[in-house]
Design a protein. Structure first.
Length: 372
């Protein structure tokens, strides 16, 4: 759990001169963290992980200058919200009890409730994607606390931003452990709202961020995924992974079935699907593992979340030049977006994402590294 602390705004000295080369560098702040085999850089634009190193090797995609982050709309390393994924049609139902907030327990108790539907900002696909524009990934956050191993950032989203009700205060705390990165989220709201934040780091455990991750081995503790229609909108139904390219219950090369003749893969042109996690033990057991045989590096994912979006950078086409001066080609990374399900507000069969005044949202995800 996150301990609440007094807000202290810290003006940090830039440790990389490249960040001073842009016009709005006065808004840019950077935290450099280190602990054991781990090193990390966090920037306050989108509360992003700019670099994450294990045993000296950078394992996440990104850029070297803020100018590139702001000019190219990418979510490299960013905190995405208010709601990662899509809310279909931008229709957001919020449940109230007698003019106040409510939840499932009150329904069971037979209390008088009503639902109000808010219209959120929608994009070209007709849905509210990743919380609208600008989302949390396109905002400058406030660094409230920083030491050698921990950095906490805060963003206050105004009531009505992109159509979402309630002033939302979200704290994200990055903590470097000896061999792991822990991410803690804590949030409160002034009105009933929804919240589904996640980190959007793109991982590549090879020594070359310009290579595909096809040969990296993936294991996911999941028996089912959320189905899409032809417009990449979730249908509200889950499908078994058995006898499909989505079955990673045994370690399997990512590229082995990524181009299989499968209707769900055709919709997304690679993996971009939400897995229902077998996550009964919380942070005690991993829900996923990624291994690169060539480097001997392995990463395990632990989370308190019920689901995880797996995305294999299918939209990359070599036009983006990233770190190491490498063109980011198709499927050169994989994302582990721990989260609640896309469009949960319109699918009551899935865990609720509603946050009410007086409640505090908590979520934790850990990325743990090892070498063999």
């Amino acid at each position: 759990m996150i301990k609440r602390i007094a807000v202290v705004i810290i003006i940090l000295n830039f440790q990389f001169s490249i960040f001073n080369s842009v016009a709005n560098a006065q808004d840019m702040q950077l935290c450099s963290l280190h602990n054991g085999n781990m090193e990390m850089n966090v920037i306050n634009y989108g509360a992003r992980i700019q670099a994450l190193k294990f045993a000296g090797q950078d394992m996440v995609l990104g850029f070297d200058t803020l100018d590139t982050y702001t000019k190219k709309k990418q979510n490299f390393g960013a905190t995405v919200g208010r709601y990662i994924g899509r809310i279909l049609g931008g229709k957001l139902p919020i449940t109230y009890k007698e003019g106040k907030s409510s939840d499932a327990k009150l329904r069971l108790q037979g209390k008088k409730i009503h639902t109000e539907t808010y219209q959120l900002q929608v994009g070209g696909n007709g849905d509210c994607s990743h919380g609208g524009t600008p989302g949390f990934s396109q905002q400058f956050w406030t660094i409230t606390s920083h030491n050698d191993t921990t950095c906490t950032l805060r963003f206050v989203s105004p009531d009505g931003e992109n159509g979402f009700p309630g002033e939302l205060t979200l704290d994200v705390t990055y903590t470097l452990q000896h061999d792991a990165l822990r991410i803690d989220y804590a949030a409160t709201t002034t009105k009933p709202t929804v919240l589904n934040p996640s980190n959007h780091s793109f991982f590549n455990l090879s020594a070359n961020l310009g290579e595909t991750v096809h040969d990296e081995l993936l294991w996911i503790n999941s028996d089912s995924t959320a189905l899409y229609n032809s417009s990449k909108q979730v249908t509200g139904k889950l499908a078994s992974v058995t006898d499909t390219p989505f079955d990673f219950r045994h370690p399997t090369p990512i590229g082995q079935r990524i181009n299989a003749d499968n209707e769900q893969l055709k919709v997304t042109k690679g993996y971009d699907h939400c897995y229902k996690l077998n996550n009964i033990n919380g942070l005690r057991t991993p829900v996923a593992r990624l291994t690169d045989i060539s480097t001997g590096i392995s990463m395990e994912v632990y989370t308190t979340e019920p689901a995880m979006q797996i995305y294999t950078a299918n939209s990359h086409n070599g036009s983006i030049i990233g770190k190491q001066g490498k063109p980011y080609i198709k499927q050169n990374a994989i994302c582990f977006e721990t989260m609640h399900f896309t469009d949960s507000p319109n699918n009551p069969q899935w865990p609720s994402t509603q946050l009410n005044p007086g409640e505090t949202f908590h979520s934790t995800t850990i990325f743990k590294f090892s070498a063999f």
